[in-house]
Design a protein around this ligand. Sequence first.
Ligand SMILES: Cc1cc2nc3c(=O)[nH]c(=O)nc-3n(C[C@H](O)[C@H](O)[C@H](O)COP(=O)(O)OP(=O)(O)OC[C@H]3O[C@@H](n4cnc5c(N)ncnc54)[C@H](O)[C@@H]3O)c2cc1C
Length: 461
Amino acid sequence: MAEIVDSLREIVGSTGVLTGDDVAARPAAWLRRDPTRALAIVRPATTDEVSRVMRCCHEAGQVVVPLGGNTGLVDGTLSTDTDVLLSFERMTAIESIDTAGGTMTVEAGVPLTRVHDSAAEHGLVFPVDFGARGSATIGGAISTNAGGNAVIRYGMMREQVLGLEAVLADGTVVSSMNRMLKNNAGFDLKHMFIGTEGTLGIVTRAVLRLRPELASQNTAFVAVDAFTKIPDILRELGTSLGGSLTAFEVLWADFYETVVTNRDRHTPPVPGGYPYYILIEARGGSEAGDSERFEAALGALLEKSLIADAAFAQSVQQRNAMWAIRDDIDGLFEILDPVMAFDVSLPISGAEAYAAGVHERLRERWPETYHGTTFGHLGDSNIHFLLTIGSRDHAEQKEVMKIVYSELEPYGGSISAEHGIGLEKRDFLHHSRDAAEIALMKRLKTALDPDGLLNPGKVIE
Ligand SMILES: Cc1cc2nc3c(=O)[nH]c(=O)nc-3n(C[C@H](O)[C@H](O)[C@H](O)COP(=O)(O)OP(=O)(O)OC[C@H]3O[C@@H](n4cnc5c(N)ncnc54)[C@H](O)[C@@H]3O)c2cc1C
């Protein structure tokens, strides 16, 4: 064991390898309090070092678990005392920005916020954004095919990656650093590494697609008195805003009451007492014209009684305050401790009955301790639950998962909208993928990592 650590030190230098207390000082994951367990955390500084680390581990039969910002929510980075964690914290360069082509070339360890800030300095935007932006890395976001708040307009991470460089389990470097929007020259290999959670290869660099910064940003917080109106609101806004709808975040009353009306964490933008609230945002090219159109679009919804109340953000502070409510996941983690996080998708028409069914079954099973909240990127068919049953017991938590995922089946939903499968959801994958799909995943895994050394046990067995 010590031999492999010495060999890895020779590749990345002594400061590039952490062991002992330096490993244990880090929490195992965002939602966990237990310490990280690993033989070592190895921190290469270049793709060449990653390649040599992988070759060395391959030859020694050493398991490697890739580690980004560790904000993933499905135990995708969980490791054991004998695993090597491969961290990208020394690969954080923004290598170049091509303003004419609208691309940014980055190393895998760059935090999402830095990508946003650097794009903004050039009048450009990187449109994937979510609450963990300060810690989540580009490599992690690619490996989980992260979604976030603007998927309805721009798509998920997969749509923002033009090119990618990956290192295979045996150390082979596959550099597909394409910079064009169109490139149909054979297989588009980057997709093997997007959303596969570090099981098929290590993402080391990427070419990201940037979009022009838009002049206008209009935000409103609305209250709705019946779920059946929500699909109509979405459809009407799609037409009246002419494709500029950028966020459509629905909060159930259980979320709003827990985070806003029953606490003094936030000033309520609209009064409580409604069953649903929506944070709506549109971005466009004309400041004055877009505001007028946005207000008219919401006015029309009020006139048709599709929405019951609306508050418009009149300043950046007010907009940020609205988003702070939607993004107050840290607050919910505190309130709902010990918290469980869920991320599912299903056709919007079934979302109300599905969520109600889940809450009912969980409340029946844990009547004294259950507290659940519901919210999500409903414009993308995506619902999140943050909930507690008041217990950390593994068997009980597994029971919760069974309820949440089995209730999805009649709707043909997915057990993972955007967080991935990791270790946490692996045993439930059959709810969303059939036997032939899982068998093909296993064939790909065997082809690329025959010895099962790369993030083993995650996604598939
Ligand atoms: C408050 C909060 C809000 C969130 N909101 C959203 C949201 O709206 N949408 C969303 O999609 N997710 C969301 N997430 C989940 C999480 O932030 C994303 O999944 C993120 O993309 C993970 O990035 P990371 O760098 O932290 O990766 P990690 O957590 O470190 O790793 C995630 C997975 O990717 C693998 N991996 C990491 N880096 C690499 C690499 N370079 N090469 C190969 N594999 C790698 C890991 O092994 C693991 O399987 C949220 C999380 C939190 C805590």
